[in-house]
Design a protein around this ligand. Structure first.
Ligand SMILES: Nc1nc2c(ncn2[C@@H]2O[C@@H]3COP(=O)(O)O[C@H]4[C@@H](O)[C@H](n5cnc6c(=O)[nH]c(N)nc65)O[C@@H]4COP(=O)(O)O[C@H]3[C@H]2O)c(=O)[nH]1
Length: 809
């Protein structure tokens, strides 16, 4: 499909294609905005969530670490109390008495609620056993004896090399714990030995043999070795040899940690969980439940903790490490809630929603606007009457064709059409009929052109066609022009009327005749002008001679202007005679142009130009004034006939000008005849009728000139107040050969008589013609037989008119 085709289709389809356009396309910007907005919102929210995670994790880990340090410090505080007791034992020269122990220990309990019991386990050898038992009883511990723990109960300890019995204790003296030998419980013995050999605080997760009321597991047993004052503890052997006993403390671990946290104002945002130290007995993390948990809702098993965000550390108690796991407290400030990420997501979604709504509305508005624009464009490029493209569209397409020509070298033609006789239809049948005719013309033209040709109405009765490239552009365009001309000569049926018109066509071919809009239009117009002046109903292809003609015409126009200004115009007079008597009755004034180089130019060669250019107005005034002035000097029985152009009739000042010419010359109005052609009557009928009545009232005679050449509608004769009919010379020419001409003239004469008008025969050249005309009853005769138009100086007013063959020759 050619560009032109497409364009034409575009133009024709301007009201339809968009309806089929999918909404998806219309709302694409909004959908893109939704997509991009969602993407950015989610990505932004995810980024913020990650950032929140990171920040929370850092804050949480800092808090957890701080908590762990605080716990460790608290635990150190507890241990340091026991170490102080050891110092007491190692520093005194004498034995620490029970009451001293009790006093010192009581102080240790102050502000240390996690401390359950403290005991002193002296190293007792076999020989000292009885001595110790007696001393304890003496101190008030009734029935004190060194006991061993066997199958869940106490029994008197069997003989052994050494014992580590509970000798002093913070328990009431009635407690069964007194005398219990720790060395008889394997795990406790192991703790004691570790403490002894390493000279370190050793610890053990343990269970009390005498649980306190409501007591909870687990408890922690801490053993601190006490060596004899002043003895060496360098080597394990030294330590074993010099061991004096153990200071033992039992802690309630949960209570202890809780107390530390309360006194230090621990952060509730972190849940601390303390798990027992790893031992060989622990097989799975699942089974590992916390010894201490700061929040009831915290995950219990280590596996649960490991699965979530947590911090890992340890709590050192003596030589054992309890596992510390911290998690953010559920619902606490350190639990990642993704508030900011949520806010970012919501704001992003809201912005996306707003933006997409805005874009949707904007798209809809712009669609409406574009539809309105298209409609405006469509209207701006369409001729409302015929529905064809108008001048604007035609010119645009012409430009495009010229561009294509320069790019692709495709030739094309433009055909300018001007309807012949359309004006008559418009004037005689009214504008409604004219419009209907134009519509029918448009339909016929459409049927004559191809789909890819551009057919436009340029205005009035002017149409134009751009014909796309053919094999032989010249042949194609003449073939189209002939087709169009034939189509338009066929009669048109209008309501109540059958109308026959035709068309004149001018053709210009690109690139032969030019390749720009102005040139091509000008040349097609010139060719059209030629068609019109060649008698219409034909077509002409531009040739260079036309431009030369135009040039000459332009020159002529300039010259004519000068001629009017420089009085190069002359008025010649041709007599007309009374047919019966042969007496001269007057003269017709006929203008001539005495050109300085071209000589005398007849009116046929410049009157049409003067009419086109409006120069006819001053020219006509000149002729009228001169004719009146000349005629005023003639014998009083001679009239002067002056031609008035239809263009002059449109002049508002015409009546005043005629009056002024008469007044200035002194010529009586009765001696002035005004000759007008039928074309004057075709338009402005009412105004012209009134104008003619005014002239008649002055006494001026009115003659209908060139009768028979135009429409010769007899209705004009009755409708307008003519005094005279002048039969055109073309009828006279045929008079002697064609009986039909005689019949027509006879009919005109009869009609004129009936309407009380006289008849003048123009162009009488021979005596035969004259005789025939006389016989037919014409009143006046004019023609070379009676004299050619001549300057006034050459007219002999005294001499009688002698018809002569020489004149006519
Ligand atoms: N072959 C032939 N021709 C004859 C004969 N007798 C007269 N003629 C010519 O016929 C024309 C008659 O004038 P028209 O029909 O008014 O036709 C006039 C008239 O329509 C127009 N015209 C002349 N002068 C004026 C003027 O001053 N104003 C206007 N508006 N038109 C004028 O120019 C037309 C031509 O004028 P002219 O060339 O002077 O031509 C004159 C005249 O010379 C004859 O026996 N044989």
């Amino acid at each position: 499909m050619g560009d032109r085709d497409r364009n034409d289709q575009d133009r024709r389809g301007m009201t339809g294609w968009w309806r089929a356009a999918p909404l998806l396309g219309l709302y694409r910007p909004a959908l893109v905005a939704v997509g991009v907005g969602l993407l950015f919102s989610v990505a932004g929210a995810a980024a913020v969530a990650r950032w929140e995670d990171r920040v929370n994790r850092i804050e949480f880990e800092n808090a957890a670490e701080t908590e762990a340090i605080v716990m460790q410090n608290g635990m150190g505080e507890y241990i340091s109390r026991l170490v102080a007791l050891r110092t007491l034992f190692e520093s005194t020269n004498d034995e620490v008495t029970r009451s001293e122990f009790e006093t010192f220990s009581a102080r240790l309990f102050e502000r240390h609620p996690g401390m359950l019991r403290i005991a002193w386990l002296p190293r007792v050898n076999r020989k000292e056993r009885a001595e110790y038992e007696t001393a304890a009883i003496t101190d008030g511990v009734s029935g004190y004896r060194i006991k061993s723990l066997q199958s869940g109960g106490f029994a008197t300890a069997p003989q052994s090399d050494e014992y580590f019995p509970v000798f002093y204790s913070t328990q009431p003296k009635t407690s069964t714990v007194y005398g219990m030998d720790y060395a008889t419980v394997p795990e406790r013995r192991a703790v004691l030995e570790r403490a002894r050999d390493n000279d370190k605080v050793a610890a053990l997760r343990t269970r009390l043999f005498e649980p306190r009321e409501g007591g909870r597991l687990p408890d922690v047993l801490v053993a601190i070795p006490v060596y004899a004052k002043g003895t060496s503890r360098e080597t394990i052997a030294d330590r074993r040899r010099n061991l004096a006993g153990f200071v033992v403390g039992i802690f309630d671990l949960p209570l202890l940690i809780q107390a530390i946290r309360v006194t230090t104002g621990a952060s509730p945002a972190v849940s601390m969980n303390v798990y027992p130290p790893f031992t060989a007995q622990i097989v799975s993390l699942e089974q590992m439940l916390p010894d201490y948990s700061s929040a009831a809702t915290a995950p219990q098993s280590m596996r649960d903790v490991a699965r979530t965000l947590h911090w890992s550390g340890s709590l050192k108690i003596g030589d054992t490490d309890w596992q510390v796991r911290a998690v953010p407290t559920a619902g606490g400030p350190l639990e990642t809630t993704y508030d900011r990420a949520g806010a970012v997501l919501i704001v992003g979604l809201l912005l996306t929603l707003s933006l997409s709504t805005y874009l949707m509305l904007a798209s809809r508005n712009s669609r409406r606007l574009s539809l309105a624009n298209r409609r405006v464009l469509e209207l701006a490029q369409t001729d409302i009457l015929t529905g064809l493209p108008n001048r604007a569209f035609f010119l645009t397409r012409l430009d495009e064709m010229n561009r294509q020509l320069s790019v692709r070298g495709l030739p094309f033609s433009i055909l300018m059409l001007d309807l012949d006789r359309f004006k008559n239809v418009n004037d005689s049948l009214g504008h409604g009929a004219g419009d209907a005719l134009l519509r029918q013309v448009a339909q016929r033209l459409k049927s004559a052109v191809r789909a890819n040709d551009v057919l436009a109405r340029l205005g009035g009765d002017e149409f134009a066609v751009i014909q796309e490239a053919g094999a032989d552009q010249r042949a194609c365009s003449t073939e189209l022009a002939a087709r169009i001309a034939k189509l338009l000569t066929e009669p048109f049926l209008l309501p109540g009327h059958r109308v026959e018109i035709g068309t004149s066509i001018g053709i210009a071919i690109a690139p032969d005749h030019g390749s720009d809009q102005e040139q091509l239009l000008k040349k097609a117009d010139l060719a059209l002008y030629r068609s019109k002046s060649a008698g219409r109903d034909c077509f002409t292809i531009y040739d260079e001679a036309m431009s030369a003609e135009l040039e000459a015409r332009n020159t002529l126009e300039g010259d004519l202007r000068d001629a009017i200004a420089q009085c190069q115009l002359e008025v010649h007079y041709q007599p007309f005679v009374d047919a019966l008597s042969g007496a001269r009755r007057g003269f017709e004034a006929l203008v001539r142009w005495r050109h300085p180089t071209r000589g005398l130019i007849p009116p046929d060669q410049f009157i049409p130009l003067a009419e086109e250019t409006g120069l006819i107005v001053p020219l006509g005034e000149f002729v009228l004034r001169r004719a009146c002035a000349d005629a005023a000097g003639w014998p009083s029985d001679l009239a002067v006939a002056v031609n008035l152009s239809p263009i002059q009739f449109k002049e508002a000042e015409l009546f005043e000008m005629i009056c002024a010419a008469l007044a200035d010359s002194g010529l009586p109005p009765q001696r002035l005849e005004i000759e007008i052609t039928e074309s004057v009557l075709l338009e402005r009928g009412v105004e012209n009728h009134a104008f003619m009545q005014r002239l008649k009232q002055l006494g001026i005679e009115l003659a209908l000139d060139d009768f028979g050449t135009g429409y010769s509608s007899l209705s004009y004769l009755t409708a307008f107040p003519f005094d005279k009919i002048k039969i055109d010379k073309s009828f006279i020419r045929n008079l002697t050969h064609q009986p039909r001409s005689s019949a027509i003239i006879s009919a005109i004469v009869t009609l004129a008589r009936g309407l009380d008008m006289s008849v003048t025969a123009e162009g009488v050249e021979t005596r035969e013609e004259f005789e025939r005309l006389k016989a037919l009853g014409v009143n006046f005769a004019q023609g070379y037989l009676f004299g050619r138009p001549q300057p006034i100086e050459r007219i002999l007013f005294d001499a009688p008119v002698k018809p002569s063959r020489r004149d006519a020759a």
